[in-house]
Design a protein around this ligand. Structure first.
Ligand code: MF3
Ligand code: CO
Length: 290
């Protein structure tokens, strides 16, 4: 990107002169870049106006998941969950991001037990006592994206499954605590991985989180096996998801050939996932969607 002259308006859209706005920031970024560190492009740095719009989208995403939390129970089909998501999204004047995304046929992903992610809602699948399910909701409002997912435990789940769900949530929290400006994405990744391993679990490698806001999936790609002090430099205004998939057994997974989407654990043991959207701020982080 062509940088403005010192007295020209800043690239961030603040209306302030570049020298009084992001000039020092860009100098700092250049210094990191010269040391071989991966730095974010300006397109990944959200303006305050964009952040407000993304938060409006996130409000809908959160409300949908709150509705699911209140109504999900034994006997509900995953198609009914899809119907709820489609209805609430439409009433809010928004669009469900998954519908039609690379051909995905439904408005939400529902992944049960050994399904890792990208499960397709179906009339034929009713929730049973003891199931654990991830409901992954993504919303577009006026072109701004939000994305988050939660786990739900149906009836009485086994202590083993309950622990997997709880530890996976803790993994997200441990990772989140490492998010800070001028830190590294790998700081978060390592914290997630360590907590999973400490509990005897494994972390899915091939599928990760992503930058988000102006598009569904922006840079950087967010994995959970990177070391602290590595990966993209985090700077204020960056927004990304933390959404580790934690397996009770091995990290190996496969995609179901029959639908081209549903991801399963290779060993058939359960998997859990929680997803939040986080903004890097001047002082640390802000959770935008959960
Ligand atoms: N919501 C998923 C994510 O967290 C993406 C799902 S893509 C879909 O990135 F097409 F399966 F919806
Ligand atoms: Co996501």
């Amino acid at each position: 990107m062509q940088l403005p002259e010192r007295n020209q308006p800043c690239w961030c859209g603040s209306g302030r002169k570049y020298k009084k706005c992001h000039w020092a920031f860009d100098e700092k970024l250049k210094m990191y870049e010269n040391q071989g560190i991966l730095v974010p492009s300006h397109e990944l740095i959200k303006t305050p106006e964009q952040i407000e719009k993304i938060k409006e989208s996130a409000k809908i995403n959160i409300a949908i998941l709150d509705y699911v939390a209140d109504h999900i129970q034994e006997g509900v089909t995953t198609q009914e969950i899809d119907n709820w998501v489609a209805k609430i999204t439409k009433e809010a004047g928004a669009v469900a991001a998954p519908l039609g995304y690379e051909g995905f046929p439904k408005s939400v992903c529902t992944s049960i037990n050994e399904q890792v992610c990208h499960g397709i809602p179906s009339e034929d699948v009713a929730l049973k006592n003891g199931d654990i399910i991830n409901v992954d909701v993504s919303t577009i409002l006026d072109g701004y994206y939000s994305d988050s997912s939660r786990m739900f435990c149906i009836g009485q789940v086994s202590p083993e499954k309950q622990k997997l769900v709880d530890v996976t949530r803790e993994c997200v929290e441990k990772g989140l605590a490492k998010v800070k400006p001028w830190g590294y994405l790998g700081d978060m990744s390592q914290a997630v991985h360590e907590h999973a391993q400490a509990n005897g679990y494994s972390v899915v490698r091939e599928i990760g989180g992503h930058g988000i806001g102006l598009d569904f999936h922006e840079d950087p790609w967010v994995g959970y096996t990177q070391q602290a002090g590595t990966g993209m430099l985090l700077v204020p205004g960056m927004m990304f998801t933390i959404e580790p998939m934690i397996n009770m057994g091995s990290y190996e997974i496969y995609v179901d050939d029959s639908d081209g989407w549903s991801v399963y654990t290779e060993d058939g043991l359960p998997s859990a996932q929680w997803e939040i959207m986080v903004l890097v701020t001047e002082n640390g982080y802000e959770v935008i969607c959960y």
